[in-house]
Write a protein that binds this ligand. Structure first.
Ligand code: GAL
Length: 426
């Protein structure tokens, strides 16, 4: 079993303990908590790669200028998409030792902690900052339960993006593919030239799960894609089977070393022209620009094939755990995180667009300007690979199934595993 799967299983166990109340009670948590670490504000995330770490540092810089007396402790745990951090967080939450504030995706991932009674509502902070109407309603829905808001959105990432090396495409007279037929046509031409068509880094399985969820979105369309997570559409649907067939064909065009690479390593293959394309959320743009590559000169981006008009939302938010010793400091940090200044320092480096609607467009490149327009008009869909669409238990089973599929390429077995896993959908 891959390490990330083992870690995720650990995190499920920890989460299950929280949900069944086997961990310390909230009261015990608040009494026993040492979350302030002697007065330091612990910011917990998994932002350690190029782009994402730069964004976080820029946000902390803004905070430090506004609150010079509060000492910040950057508690980032390496591993894309929280492949390690989520397990560490679950253990800390379960042990009554929450960080002061932590990165969490809106939707199912945040709601697991809300349902377990581990999070403070943030409505008062919202009011105090005049944030009513300042964040898109769809995002507020993702962080709310029964009218209470539990997370402040810091960014909006798009998850359905195909990145390509401009020079490789220009040198070979290729156009970025809009359909799967075009994708395989381009891929055949690249392969004939000895260039890896598609870079994947699935050392942490989500790198492949993301590719599959993008194909699902394309084949099912946004409405049916969303119905997969509510059980209204089942995994034996012909469109899911077709998605698996397309995914299987794609795997024939990826780099041999995919299972030893992380997402940023796969992006680096594209940056170096060793591979032509990469399917990844737009934190990859943050990575490319951190390496001084320029959008539309060195690399280009289009929606993943047949997903134009849909926007796979990956929104990072930060919440306030119950029982922290420094709630006022947390409020001050969340205030900066939700502010225009904070978001406009963070997002241009991160590759994402600001969640705060007052973000200053002039601070963003053409890619992000387009993403801002698309977010307003496209159908918005939650990402499975990033924890918004479905509970962690189901996600882990899907990751396991994807992991097996990438090596065995057995469509029927894959569909069977997904169908079995679907009993874990609420
Ligand atoms: C996502 C997260 C992004 C980015 C990415 C890679 O889950 O939402 O902000 O950090 O993982 O680590």
């Amino acid at each position: 079993m891959k390490r990330s799967l083992a870690v995720l299983l650990g995190s499920i166990l920890a989460l299950a303990m929280i949900l069944t109340g086997c961990g310390k009670s909230d009261t015990a948590a608040s009494e026993g908590s040492d979350s302030s670490d002697g007065g330091k504000l612990e910011i917990f995330s998994w932002w350690t790669a190029g782009g994402e770490a730069d964004g976080l540092n820029a946000l902390i810089d803004v905070f430090n200028k506004k609150q010079p007396d509060i000492e910040v402790k950057n508690e980032a745990v390496a591993g894309g998409a929280g492949s390690n951090a989520k397990a560490v967080l679950a253990t800390r939450m379960q042990g009554g030792n929450p960080p002061s504030t932590f990165q969490v995706h809106g939707g199912a991932e945040l709601m697991a902690y809300v349902d377990a009674g581990k999070m403070e509502p943030l409505n008062d902070l919202f009011k105090k900052n005049g944030w009513d109407g300042k964040f898109p309603e769809d995002l507020i829905d993702m962080v709310s339960k029964d009218g209470k808001i539990y997370g402040i959105p810091v960014d909006i990432h798009r998850g359905n993006v195909l990145w390509y090396n401009k020079k490789v495409f220009d040198d070979n007279n290729l156009q970025p593919p809009k359909t799967f037929d075009e994708f395989f046509d381009v891929a055949d031409k690249l392969k004939a030239k000895g260039i890896t068509p598609l870079a994947i880094g699935d050392k942490e399985v989500w790198g492949s799960t993301m590719v599959f969820e993008n194909i699902l979105l394309a084949e099912l369309g946004p409405d049916k894609y969303k119905q997969l997570w509510t059980g209204e559409v089942t995994f034996d649907d012909p469109a899911v089977k077709k998605s698996a067939e397309i995914f299987k064909k794609m795997i024939g065009y990826i780099n041999d070393d995919h299972s030893s690479l992380a997402w940023q390593d796969a992006s680096q293959l594209v940056a170096d022209g060793k591979a032509a394309m990469n399917i990844m959320g737009d934190w990859a743009k943050g990575y490319f620009t951190s390496k001084n590559l320029k959008y539309n000169e060195d690399f280009g981006a289009v929606p993943t094939p047949e997903s134009d008009g849909s926007f796979m939302v990956v929104a990072d938010t930060f919440g306030k755990p119950k029982g922290v010793k420094n709630p006022d400091q947390v409020d001050k940090f969340l205030t900066v995180l939700g502010s225009v200044d904070g978001q406009d320092a963070f997002n241009p480096k991160k590759g994402s667009i600001p969640a705060n609607v007052d973000g200053d467009t002039s601070k963003y490149d053409d890619y992000s300007k387009q993403a801002m327009d698309d977010f307003k008009t496209d159908s918005l869909t939650p990402s499975l690979a990033h924890g918004s669409a479905a509970p962690q238990g189901f996600m882990t089973k899907v990751d396991e199934a994807v992991n097996v599929f990438v090596t065995q390429k057995n469509v029927d077995n894959f569909i069977q595993s997904l169908t079995q896993a679907s009993s874990l959908l609420k």
